[in-house]
Design a protein around this ligand. Structure first.
Ligand SMILES: *Cc1c(COP(=O)(O)O)cnc(C)c1O
Length: 409
């Protein structure tokens, strides 16, 4: 199947009734008539369900759908993007290990990784993660490189191919958060990433009606290396799927951040229209970015799809379908930025992205409020910066709202 067909039919599993939507199984547990069968399910010898924290038919359908559209081997869902990121990282690292991460990560992820030093895990944040900086930062303790396809809100575009080559040469696991690009725009596994993560709360769900996360495992032989000693029992038994086998057997089971079946059901509905929505998000975002460029009250319009963007070459290399739905711009001062926000009527001032609705936020005083000034600098967050997640309304209405609010500054 091709991509758009997979969004709708990929790994679809319904029940015997012929229902066209995946049924919503709101059941915590599953009865079996033979004790042997339940024993086999617990041992992983037989497919089947035991308890919804471990697995659930609606959730499994959603996981299979995402694995299919990302061209991954298997996917594991989680209660939120944050829990997906946390359990993925903790599946790899132990005290004494090192992580290399981009400094332009989503604020929550930046803080999560920074706080790992409390567990004896060292982190090196790189302002520009590329071949040269990565080579320089890697040492024998480096177990993981973590980056986003396009940083949020810095909107720097990752050169996935060249970063993954360095990771391969040094046998280091590469984990990529592709929340803001989605598999409609890019499939990082195809460029050598080992693990792809999404906050499904954003574009995958699409209409902001459920929080969730997902971890896609592309399969890898890297875990066979002596360095990943804690994977030994899993590489022996599960080979390339060692990451997911260990995840399910250890941290996921220990913490229990299961995606609710109801949220999986909503995500399965949302994902069907991913391509249609992303196409409009990208088109509207480019129109808005080009429009903002014309206004002298606005400085530094940052949208990687603009020809004057320093990331335009990377956009051309990886993003043939569009450049995403998010842009940032600066208004000269915090006061002006606030005045602009207070005079918007259609665009909503809130913390979220990837909704059908246009959404704006002042990152410095909100999502990055817990970061130090130095961190904000590295993250490309300034006091007069606004981040706009462009929705799929008629673009004329979005532009009119912006024009109107600009009159007040
Ligand atoms: C929102 C977001 C997250 C966190 O996901 P939640 O579902 O809110 O926990 C992680 N990474 C990126 C890039 C995000 O935009």
């Amino acid at each position: 199947m091709k991509f758009n067909t997979k969004l709708i039919h990929g790994n679809l599993k319904t029940d015997a009734t012929g229902a066209t939507n995946v049924p919503l199984y709101l059941s915590n547990a599953y009865a079996h008539t033979s004790a042997k069968k339940l024993e086999n399910i617990f041992k992983g010898k037989e497919m089947g369900y035991s308890y919804t924290r471990i697995s659930n038919p609606t959730v499994t359908s959603f996981e299979r759908r995402i694995a299919s559209i990302e061209n991954g081997l298997i996917a594991t869902s989680a209660a939120s993007g944050m829990s997906a990121i946390y359990i993925s990282i903790m599946n790899i690292v132990e005290p004494g290990d090192e992580i290399i991460a981009s400094s332009s990560l989503y604020g929550g992820t930046y803080t999560l990784i920074r706080n790992l030093k409390l567990l004896g895990i060292k982190v090196r944040f790189l302002e520009n993660i590329d071949k040269a900086t990565l080579k320089e930062a890697i040492n024998k303790n480096t177990k993981l490189v973590f980056a986003e396809t396009i940083g949020n809100p810095k909107l720097d575009v990752l050169d996935i191919d060249s970063v993954s080559k360095i990771c391969k040469e040094n046998n280091i696991v590469l984990m990529i958060d592709s929340t803001i690009t989605t598999p409609y725009l890019v499939k990082p596994l195809e460029y050598g990433a080992d693990i792809v993560i999404h906050s499904t709360s954003k574009y995958i769900n699409g209409t902001s009606n459920s929080i969730g996360g997902i971890i896609v495992d592309g399969g890898s032989n890297k875990y066979m290396d002596l360095k990943y000693e804690n994977f030994r029992p899993y590489t022996k038994k599960y080979g390339k799927m060692a990451f997911t086998a260990k995840l399910k057997d250890t941290i996921e089971r220990d913490i229990g951040p299961a995606l609710s079946p109801f949220n999986a059901f909503l995500n399965l509905t949302g994902i069907e229209t991913l391509s249609l929505r992303m196409k409009e998000h990208c088109k509207n975002a480019l129109t808005v970015a080009e429009h903002l460029m014309q206004n002298s009250k606005i400085t530094d319009v940052n949208y990687p799809g603009l020809e004057n963007s320093k990331y335009y070459d990377l956009i051309k290399k990886y993003y043939s379908n569009g450049s995403g739905g998010i842009l940032t711009f600066r208004l000269g001062s915090k006061e002006k930025a606030f005045k602009f926000l207070d005079n918007l009527k259609l665009i909503l001032n809130l913390t979220n992205i990837g909704d059908t609705k246009s959404i704006i936020i002042h990152p410095s005083s909100t999502i990055c409020a817990n970061n130090t000034d130095e961190e904000k600098q590295q993250m490309g967050v300034y006091d007069d910066l606004l981040r706009l997640s462009v929705g799929i309304e008629d673009v004329e209405d979005i532009l009119e709202d912006i024009e109107n609010a600009l009159k007040y500054i």
